[in-house]
Write a protein that binds this ligand. Structure first.
Ligand SMILES: *[C@@H]1O[C@H](CO)[C@@H](O)[C@H](O)[C@H]1NC(C)=O
Ligand SMILES: *[C@@H]1O[C@H](CO)[C@@H](O)[C@H](O)[C@H]1NC(C)=O
Ligand SMILES: *[C@@H]1O[C@H](CO)[C@@H](O)[C@H](O)[C@H]1NC(C)=O
Ligand SMILES: *[C@@H]1O[C@H](CO)[C@@H](O)[C@H](O)[C@H]1NC(C)=O
Ligand SMILES: *[C@@H]1O[C@H](CO)[C@@H](O)[C@H](O)[C@H]1NC(C)=O
Ligand SMILES: *[C@@H]1O[C@H](CO)[C@@H](O)[C@H](O)[C@H]1NC(C)=O
Length: 371
């Protein structure tokens, strides 16, 4: 009955699931054509990607942007702060539909979302946590080899390109050393992926989620404004090529443990009612909660009921807070290696920089002291 949410997927290109429903009435204006877009009535294109910055007259369904569309993006103050969504949402194209039972995300709504593909297509999600590191589930990387995995940031629709995608190269990945496949409860289901090059995380479409500050924040106390996102199976509830998201409730570990016959650990988070939620292909993706306007990565999608529709069987997420020391150590170790190289290469330049930094630090200190 239990399964990991990764499992091979049917080739995405062949699937068009579900339907869309019109939103509330809109102003009858055309801001699409002047921007080089095309107003279309083809629902399959509208479900795939629309220019959410532009409106079409009411007799048309949606605005298909010109390939070279640049959006009149709002400014991004303090812009590489984690957990911030910097795109303004224009909810003119509402679709209620369903991850299983989810809704269509807007482009840029979950900018830390990462897509993992291999030759068979999409197989897992991940979360960008710094300009060079991604968190995913360990089981996602089983039997995979780096050269055969494509990792895309800024992904929105698996087939329709929006121009904000960035295919990035993997330097290395590190599965938790205690992770062992097929142990009941799938403990230690967490892994880190390092990119070859740091990416720009001050974009609207590629940004980081925050890590929990410590394991002191009790996830059971949050229980609101938490979301999962992914391109996993929707069990026929929507077009999964288009990123789906769902507002989920955190469930009590005690009752979750009862449902799952004692397989739940302190290093797990249970979420959802089992009827809606994560499904195959969502593994490794984020469970984030909005803490005072910043999205914090509390969970990594790990496992659940195979049917994705079993009421009373919440989905299980790896509790990120339980692995903070491990995450910090892995990142530090890798950064140290790089820094040491850098020191050998440029010890002279570094000395001069140190003098400048020292000087700046002193002036900052005295400035703050005078306030
Ligand atoms: C688009 O489709 C709607 C509903 O099917 C229809 O009422 C409308 O006339 C169509 N618009 C055009 C311009 O064809
Ligand atoms: C990775 O992406 C490249 C460029 O889009 C593509 O040619 C290649 O087939 C992809 N490989 C996999 C394993 O998806
Ligand atoms: C998400 O769900 C929680 C309760 O489960 C609710 O308090 C919150 O308002 C919901 N947020 C949105 C945006 O729907
Ligand atoms: C879940 O139940 C098992 C068996 O009763 C127990 O060993 C385990 O500690 C429980 N997990 C949690 C998180 O309480
Ligand atoms: C996050 O929470 C803050 C309040 O703490 C709220 O103002 C904001 O709209 C929320 N953001 C999202 C995207 O739900
Ligand atoms: C939480 O952090 C404290 C101190 O860092 C540590 O002793 C404790 O084992 C941690 N708890 C969990 C569940 O990881």
């Amino acid at each position: 009955m239990r399964y990991s949410l990764t499992v091979c997927l049917i080739i995405l290109h062949l699937i068009t699931e579900g339907t869309s429903f019109p939103g509330p009435p809109l102003p009858d204006i055309d801001t699409c054509t002047p921007r080089g877009g095309t107003c279309v009535n083809d629902t399959s294109i509208c479900v795939g990607f629309t220019d959410t910055w532009a409106l079409c007259r009411n007799s048309w369904t949606c605005c298909k942007p010109a390939p070279s569309t640049t959006h009149p993006e709002p400014p991004q103050p303090d812009t590489d702060i984690c957990g911030k969504v910097t795109r303004i949402k224009i909810k003119h194209f509402l679709q209620t539909s369903r991850i299983v039972g989810g809704q269509f995300a807007e482009e840029g709504e979950w900018p830390w979302m990462v897509s993992l593909d291999d030759a068979d297509g999409h197989f897992c999600g991940g979360t960008l946590i710094s300009n060079q590191w991604i968190v995913t589930a360990a089981h996602c990387l089983e039997r995979k080899v780096i050269p055969e995995v494509n990792l895309t940031l800024g992904e929105h629709h698996k087939v329709v390109m929006t121009g904000n995608e960035e295919l990035v190269q993997i330097d290395t990945w590190i599965m938790h050393p205690d992770y062992i496949a097929n142990v009941p409860g799938i403990p230690y289901d967490i892994a880190l992926i390092r990119l070859v090059h740091p990416v720009d995380i001050s974009d609207h479409y590629i940004r980081t989620a925050c890590l929990p500050i410590s394991n002191l924040t009790n996830i059971d106390d949050i229980n609101s404004d938490c979301y999962i996102s992914g391109w996993g199976s929707t069990r026929g509830t929507a077009d999964r090529r288009h990123l789906q998201h769902l507002n989920v409730s955190i469930m009590s570990t005690a009752s979750c443990n009862k449902s799952w016959e004692g397989d739940i650990l302190d290093s797990h988070i249970c979420a959802g009612n089992g009827n809606t939620g994560s499904c195959q292909g969502d593994s490794g993706g984020p469970l984030v909660c909005n803490i005072s306007g910043q999205f914090v990565l509390y969970g990594v999608t790990s496992w659940g009921d195979r049917s994705c529709k079993a009421i009373g069987f919440p989905d299980i997420y790896t509790k990120v807070a339980s692995y903070l020391p491990w995450i910090e150590k892995v990142i530090e170790t890798h950064n140290d290696v790089e820094q040491n190289l850098g020191e050998i290469m440029g010890s002279f330049i570094r000395k001069i920089l140190d003098i400048i930094v020292d000087f700046l630090k002193k002036s900052v200190e005295s400035f703050t002291a005078n306030k």
